[in-house]
Design a protein around this ligand. Sequence first.
Ligand code: GDP
Ligand code: MN
Length: 391
Amino acid sequence: MKIQEADAKSLLVAQGLPVPPWAVARTAGEARTAAERFLGEGASQVVIKAQVLVGGRGKAGGVKLAGSADEAERVAADILALSIKGIPVRKVLVGPAADIVKELYLSAVLDRAAKRILLMGSAEGGVEIEDIAAERPEAIIRIHADPRLGLLAFQGREMAFRLGLGAHLKDAVAIAQGLVGTMIANDADLVEINPLAIVRETGPDGVGVERLQCLDAKITLDDSALYRHRGLEDLRDPDEEDPTDREAREAGLTFIKLDGTIGCMVNGAGLAMTTMDLVKRAGGEPANFLDIGGGARADKVAHAMRLILADPKVNAILVNIFGGITRGDEVARGLIEARAQQERDVPMVVRIVGTNAAEAAVLLEEARFRTAASLDDAAAQAVAASKGTAA
Ligand code: GDP
Ligand code: MN
């Protein structure tokens, strides 16, 4: 689950990281009020930023500075009228503009192959890090955190020195450790600060000082770990969730859309993977990964079928159920109910074994469903139906 910059910044603040203050505004008027406050507190300019879950907002005109409340209102209205990479902007972040001396990049990602959190830094921040990674991978510094102890102080110092942040050593180490801390505290897959900036501020005595600030924040949370953090679910942005993803989540189904033509309905993640493999081996392409879970009742099955059929590319469906706590006859009833409701007639091959398979077979035969004796047979039939070569 991706969360908005403003929410990501809250999680950074909770770990003690330096983030400039901000307000979120849904209208130009609200943006004006926020700007008046920051300008009144001494900011010479405010920054206004589109809150959409895509990168490259700056380039797309979604990040702008304003020097007065009037200008802030105008700029906010412009940004709120934008669509960035196809996503309409519904809210903006308003904050005091930073006086940037240098932009750097720092992130923590889950390195699954190494089974560790990987801290990545680059002295060239602000720009798209993917470009740097592709063109000059040596410009990215990589340090793995210890799986039990987190990022150790010496590792933070190594990162700081290699980024040229020797003059900000203490703060840089705290930020590096705080990023890894944010990952662990929230079960995140990614915590990215781009730019991490050296900013110029004026101290109380009027003398300029330079310090580090996290000016942007991008966090992706591990969906499977959300149950461990009650409050984080509230950060899901309903404005931006794909409708199919939402429907699946609310129905308790694990559904991931893919590019193929054969819809797959399976119970259990392992069986779902196997089914997809067999579809591929038989020469077809799965249209989705779908795990209806254990003990699914008829209505859940019907719901799953609606999700599969909502994809116009689906031209054949393979149902593969191994009845353990899931009862075969319940699934069969769900399929019959789903077919009665569905608007589109798509060939379907059903294989149900295990608990109540015999009852299921009777129901399916009465309803004239096409069934298969083995999984290989089911995959072959589904692929033939998809390619229009069925007997
Ligand atoms: P992104 O384009 O979606 O990654 O959005 P960012 O928040 O990273 O902003 C893009 C760019 O706008 C940054 O790389 C900065 O150059 C600039 N920017 C962002 N915040 C400020 C600010 O407070 N002051 C100034 N002067 N520039 C900013
Ligand atoms: Mn950025």
